[in-house]
Design a protein. Structure first.
Length: 338
């Protein structure tokens, strides 16, 4: 069920002589359950509103209430004439907002208030909500491609979502499926590390088939793999940082990290190398540059293999991933090179 969306308008109180924002009517969409500290989050959102109002920007608040309500909030903001929507939360909040923004000229901005904030990190939007908001007021609207994933949802029906950070098939999607919302709010990033170690120690890393094309016209290359990541950002921030060299929001292709192994030690050694910033791609872990990729279960396989996009569990195989060109406007602050 799609949750509801509560809104509250804020009028501009004045105009700063130092900041001339490119946006004039902005919606702040925030998830009250995102991140660990509700009081700090509420104060941060108020700080962001104060900065917007002092710059003469008309603002509206939208509070999400349940899965999918971020999309409804974004649609209401677009209908209200907003020229930018700021997703205040983690990558999941931004993911929901993106679904309504693709194909429009309304810009996306982010204020990192979630557990995972890879998009904000990639855009250089790090710091207090007030500091990030000031950066967004100076940001330039940049048109970028987005990823799109076609999948089989929980009801067994075909579905699709856009993604801006990454999409995954295999163990990383299983990790997202095991994340308990209550524990996530209490433990934050520590829960990701704990569950990742548990999956590494116990999951059999089942194989599935992946066929990818580089330019959409060449003959698909086929392989059996245990994990696929389609990366759209240069840096995830935190421990992972640069997972897929060459990945960028501006790219018209997918940077695919493919694990052609079920060996636990190989998984661990690659992860440790990524953390140390010295990872390489060899025969059992490859980096593919592709325009599209199709993943299917192996013949005779009965265990479902999960898929996720921007940290949101979507369903299971089969899936198809592609790039949608000229799809989304993103507010890029000065000095950022996503």
């Amino acid at each position: 069920m799609i949750g509801s969306c509560a809104s509250r308008a804020q009028s501009a109180e004045g105009t700063s002589s130092e900041v001339k924002p490119a946006v004039r009517h902005v919606a702040l969409i925030y998830n009250p359950a995102s991140g660990q500290y509700s009081a700090r989050r509420a104060a941060g959102i108020q700080d962001a509103l104060d900065v917007m109002r002092s710059a003469g920007v008309e603002t509206e608040e939208f509070e999400t209430n349940g899965a999918g309500s971020g999309m409804a909030c974004a649609q209401r903001a677009i209908a209200a004439g907003c020229d930018a929507i700021i997703a205040c939360g983690g990558d999941g909040t931004a993911h929901e907002v993106v679904q309504s923004l693709v194909g429009t000229n309304v810009a996306l901005g982010v204020i990192p208030l979630g557990t995972a904030n890879a998009l904000a990190s990639d855009l250089g939007l790090i710091g207090s909500p007030a500091k990030v908001t000031r950066s967004l007021l100076e940001a330039a609207p940049v048109r970028v491609p987005v990823g799109r994933i076609h999948f089989q949802n929980g009801d067994g029906n075909p579905d699709s979502r856009y993604f801006i950070v990454a999409a995954g098939v295999g163990a990383d999607a299983l990790l997202m499926a095991r994340m308990d919302a209550g524990l996530k709010r209490r433990l934050g990033y520590l829960l990701y590390i704990t569950e990742a170690f548990r999956i590494w120690a116990t999951d059999p890393f089942p194989l599935f088939r992946a066929a990818f094309t580089k330019n959409g016209h060449d003959r698909p290359r086929d392989a059996e793999i245990s994990q696929l990541l389609a990366v759209r950002v240069r840096s995830f921030g935190g421990l992972l940082r640069k997972l897929a060299p060459g990945a960028t929001l501006r790219s018209g292709s997918l940077s695919l990290v493919a694990f052609k192994t079920r060996n636990r030690l190989r998984y661990l050694s690659f992860l440790l190398a990524v953390i140390a910033g010295r990872h390489t791609f060899l025969r059992d872990v490859e980096l593919w540059d592709a325009s599209s990729v199709v993943c299917r279960p192996r013949n005779g396989s009965s265990k479902p293999i999960f898929v996720e996009a921007d940290g949101e569990v979507l369903g299971s195989l089969p899936v198809r991933l592609e790039v949608v060109p000229d799809a989304l406007t993103v507010l890029v602050p000065p000095g950022a090179n996503p």
